[in-house]
Design a protein around this ligand. Structure first.
Ligand code: NI
Length: 172
């Protein structure tokens, strides 16, 4: 396992639609484990493959509160099978847009089918922060960032901030 560099917005690789994983092989398992390690190190509650420059349809998440009860989930080829009618507004952030947050409205519950790190098929329902996170991460696999759910003005403001941050990071 190793820590992977996280791509920062704006980056064309964050705008691409990822390819389905055809075989959950050791390469994919290694990637997933490194993504979990990278997510905890950041720290963050979710991380999608394009954020670490992989175009595979997978993300990892762990929305548990304390470190003592780590519960990392790996979702490979995730698909929404059901969404609730009721919506929930949550202040979202993203490891590809550090320190920027804004409210996003999404279905408050979601059910997804996916393969786990062993390649076993699951269907699971997510609520609360887990539901928000799962939808945010699935968006990443379709080249969508949380700022794409905001107004054009907010999106351009946040993008400008990120361009400035990236220039500062290059200089330092
Ligand atoms: Ni994100």
């Amino acid at each position: 396992m190793s820590l992977l560099p996280i791509l920062l917005h704006p980056d064309p690789r964050l705008k691409k639609v990822c390819e389905p994983v055809l075989d959950v092989d050791t390469k994919i398992q290694k990637l997933a484990n490194s993504m979990i390690e990278t997510m905890y190190d950041a720290p963050g509650v979710g991380l999608a493959a394009p954020q670490v420059a992989s175009m595979a349809r997978l993300f990892v998440m762990d929305c548990t509160e304390s470190e003592a009860e780590d519960q990392p989930l790996v979702l490979i080829n995730p698909q929404i099978t059901w969404i609730s009618e009721d919506l929930n507004v949550h202040s979202e952030g993203c490891l590809s847009l550090p320190e920027l947050f804004d409210d996003v409205e999404r279905p408050s519950q979601v059910r997804m089918s996916f393969l786990d790190i062993q390649g076993k098929a699951h269907e699971q329902q997510f609520d609360g922060l887990w539901a928000t996170c799962a939808q945010h991460e699935l968006d990443h696999l379709n080249g969508v960032l949380f700022i794409d759910h905001l107004t054009r003005m907010k999106r351009s403001m946040m993008t400008k901030k990120m361009v400035k941050l990236k220039k500062e990071l290059v200089r330092s």
